[in-house]
Design a protein around this ligand. Structure first.
Ligand code: DGI
Ligand code: FE
Ligand code: FE
Length: 195
């Protein structure tokens, strides 16, 4: 499917305001891929598709999780997590997207996961910092992203985790694993032989 048709297919799934966010993630992911040595074409595609199912009704997402063999444990956690897995399933089914790297980046864009690929990281960070995002801490994330993909992403996950804790909500285990993994990677990168 060519780019224009994909864009039209994505636009049909969501209100105009949500598409403006998607367009911001597309531009940001493309820029981050160039900055950090990722594949700009895959970043463009994964970013375009990342919120494909975001505006779908909850009961539709729940049915797909149950009937299509998606991880049933999702149902015990915040509904906000569902659209990522459902979206990855849907773009394969409805748009014929077969690139597993792109599908994973869509699938894990909300929760993160252990051993995130470069593409996972780019899409997840772009989602946090695209220009229309405004939440406490977003400026720090943007500043860190000038030089460090991992440090910016940890700041993003930290802000989400703090927000969830303050609201008394559950935290999906993959988010904790993703965050710890990145912290260890940052630490290892900063460790010299002497220290
Ligand atoms: O779909 P978007 O709004 O663009 O952003 P997103 O896919 O990152 O969704 C983030 C929402 O998910 C955010 O409001 C927090 C909520 N959420 C609920 N539980 C968890 C969670 N996010 C993460 N990372 N981990 C959770 O356990
Ligand atoms: Fe999302
Ligand atoms: Fe998003």
């Amino acid at each position: 499917m060519d780019r224009e048709l994909l864009i039209e297919a994505v636009k049909r799934q969501m209100p105009e305001k949500r598409y403006r966010h998607v367009a911001g993630v597309v531009d940001t992911a493309f820029m981050l891929a160039q900055r950090f040595g990722g594949d700009p074409d895959k970043a463009w595609l994964a970013a375009l598709l990342h919120d494909y199912a975001k505006a779908w009704p909850t009961d539709r997402m729940e049915r797909i999780i149950r009937e299509q063999g998606l991880p049933p444990e999702l149902l015990a956690y915040d509904k906000e997590l569902w659209h990522a897995h459902v979206g990855a399933w849907a773009v394969r089914e409805e748009l014929g997207i077969a690139d597993e790297e792109v599908l994973d980046a869509v699938r894990y864009h909300t929760s993160g996961r252990e051993n995130m690929t470069l593409l996972d990281r780019i899409v997840c960070l772009a989602d946090y910092m695209e220009p229309s995002r405004a939440f406490p801490g977003v400026e720090r994330i943007r500043a860190l992203a000038e030089t460090s993909l991992n440090e910016a992403l940890v700041a993003g996950f930290d802000s989400t985790i703090v927000h969830l804790l303050e609201k008394g909500k559950t935290v999906f285990p993959l988010t904790v694993l993703a965050r710890n993994d990145l912290v260890r990677e940052i630490r290892a990168a900063g460790t010299t032989i002497e220290s």
